[in-house]
Design a protein around this ligand. Structure first.
Ligand SMILES: Cc1cc2nc3c(=O)[nH]c(=O)nc-3n(C[C@H](O)[C@H](O)[C@H](O)COP(=O)(O)OP(=O)(O)OC[C@H]3O[C@@H](n4cnc5c(N)ncnc54)[C@H](O)[C@@H]3O)c2cc1C
Length: 337
């Protein structure tokens, strides 16, 4: 039996992010006695929000010093919480805040750490974790004897915990922050405008564009400008994430005219990424096997193609709309606009 800690952090408004609730689900599913620790602004109140989760104890560090997501103070606070809880297994959401500070925390508390964990289970006195290797093509299951063992849990894998709030009476853990921990001040977040950022891992929908958008259409002409406008309009309205087939991004490197906002970072597939989204819509894309690899974590798949025999129609999509994507997306944009 291992002492498990669900180590969570709050957001700027004091609430817990979705990834924290998902980590809580993973901790509960282990079936071992567990505690909850929260770092950040409003930590004690955030512990109250998950008071009904069945944790044996709650800990919090809500000092003003951890109101901002800063490596020095986060690392000091997380190390103090791991020690105070006596945790052997630490499950934490793989957010950018924790991905930044927990490797340092592991070093400070003499722990081993693994990232991108998609499943954990306890069996025969050991804890087993799973993660994907080699660009998500090989699923590995492994265990470590080292304790503490810190596991950063990937988002979008576990269902967010739902349950009653209450009085967690979280124990406030004192942290001796040093001046050096507080040298850095977070003055804000610089991020591309929502319209400029096309890769959105948290989006409900993955919109994939294929090379067909750049091909000659029924009037014998290519309509790349119109294609770009339709796609960007849809992404803006649906807040969807943008994926691409390899052929489409390769066109750019061949110096041909293509969609200016598309890069190799958008490519999904065997030699691209395998993002996780609840839904996917593929457009002007043949959907060959390598591309289907990129869709393995998309739950509901739809495609638009002129060709009723395209790859998507052959068992890869739940619904195929046989039609002209230019016409269909114009209509869709008008409907959601
Ligand atoms: C080792 C290897 C690795 C690869 N890895 C990847 C990978 O990671 N990802 C990947 O995507 N590919 C990968 N490929 C390439 C893959 O095999 C395909 O060549 C590529 O996916 C095809 O891209 P596409 O479907 O966009 O283009 P095309 O095959 O050219 O298909 C275009 C489609 O658009 C349709 N279309 C055209 N106009 C319209 C319209 N107005 N409305 C609706 N539909 C229209 C056409 O009917 C056609 O089906 C890999 C290949 C190899 C050999």
């Amino acid at each position: 039996m291992s002492k498990v800690l669900a180590l969570l952090h709050t957001q700027a408004d004091g609430s817990l992010p979705k990834a924290a609730y998902e980590t809580l689900t993973a901790a509960i599913a282990l079936g071992e006695p567990f505690s909850v620790a929260v770092i950040g602004a409003g930590a004690a109140a955030a512990a109250d929000a998950v008071a009904g989760c069945g944790a044996a104890a709650f800990f919090a560090v809500g000092d003003a010093a951890v109101a901002q997501p800063r490596y020095g103070t986060d690392a000091a606070a997380a190390a103090a919480l791991v020690k105070a809880s006596g945790a052997e297994i630490v499950l934490a959401p793989g957010t950018s805040r924790f991905a930044r500070c927990l490797p340092g925390v592991a070093h400070r508390v003499g722990a081993q750490i693994d990232t991108h964990i998609v499943a954990v289970r306890a069996e025969g006195g050991a804890v087993h974790a799973q993660r994907w290797f080699y660009r998500q093509r090989v699923l590995g299951s492994f265990s470590r004897a080292a304790r503490p063992w810190v596991l950063l849990v990937d988002g979008g894998v576990n269902a967010p915990w739902q349950g009653a709030a209450g009085a967690a009476n979280a124990q406030a853990v004192a942290v001796a922050f040093e001046a050096a921990d507080q040298r850095t001040t977070v003055t804000g977040v610089q991020a591309p405008a929502a319209d400029a950022q096309t890769i959105r891992p948290d989006a409900a929908l993955l919109f994939v564009a294929g090379a067909g958008w750049t091909k000659k259409q029924k009037d014998g002409q290519a309509h790349i400008g119109e294609a770009g406008k339709l796609i960007q309009d849809f992404l803006h309205k649906a807040k969807a994430s943008l994926g691409s087939s390899k052929s489409l991004v390769d066109i750019q490197s061949e110096g041909q005219e293509t969609l200016s906002f598309m890069s190799h970072m958008n490519q999904v597939g065997q030699t691209g990424s395998t993002p996780r989204h609840p839904k996917g819509l593929s457009t002007c894309c043949h959907g060959e096997e390598p591309h289907a690899v990129g869709w393995r974590f998309i739950n509901e798949r739809r495609a638009i193609n002129l060709d009723a025999n395209c790859g998507w129609a052959q068992g890869k999509a739940d619904v195929v709309y046989v039609g002209d994507a230019f016409e269909i997306m114009t209509k869709v944009n008008a409907l959601i606009g």
